[in-house]
Design a protein around this ligand. Sequence first.
Ligand SMILES: CC(C)(COP(=O)(O)OP(=O)(O)OC[C@H]1O[C@@H](n2cnc3c(N)ncnc32)[C@H](O)[C@@H]1OP(=O)(O)O)[C@@H](O)C(=O)NCCC(=O)NCCS
Length: 154
Amino acid sequence: MTRITSANETDIPMLVSLNNRFSASGLTLARTPEFAANHLGDYRVLRDATGGVVGCVALDEYSPSVAEVISLAVEQDAQGLGHGRALIAAAVELARSRGYIELFSVSYSDDLFLSSGFERVPLTTYPEKISRYVKVDKTELEVGEKHCFARRLA
Ligand SMILES: CC(C)(COP(=O)(O)OP(=O)(O)OC[C@H]1O[C@@H](n2cnc3c(N)ncnc32)[C@H](O)[C@@H]1OP(=O)(O)O)[C@@H](O)C(=O)NCCC(=O)NCCS
């Protein structure tokens, strides 16, 4: 039995380790405990029956109307069960409650985002994202297969 909840401070080490487990292969961008602590309210967490974190997702605000879906990750053992899609739905719900009118994400998981109501758009739609990559980790810009997906919420 799993459930999706908000995150609390005791989740920070697990949020970072779960996200960073996939950063070496370029699937996620590496995040620090400071980042997770500063964005704690922007996370949604998938918990197992004991309350342990087995998945996560977060929103990263670009402007009062636009946010990026980041740090989407599900423990290997729990993948393929619909949790990724449920986490994206939770991120969409959080974004709506915050009043964003547009969400985007950069991902290899085309089918997952397309089946979650997103459509493919050029990365150049979000010049702010490109400038953040240059500051954070420009390797993502150099990975050819990653695509940008957007969903209007209004
Ligand atoms: C991507 C990830 C979060 C998906 O989680 P999940 O719980 O396995 O996903 P779901 O079970 O909800 O899958 C939903 C659908 O998306 C598809 N899908 C999932 N991951 C996919 C991927 N990497 N590529 C293509 N399709 C994918 C599934 O086949 C499934 O389709 P179906 O319902 O038609 O069978 C998970 O695989 C993961 O943590 N991967 C490593 C980190 C990562 O890649 N994060 C994404 C950064 S944007």
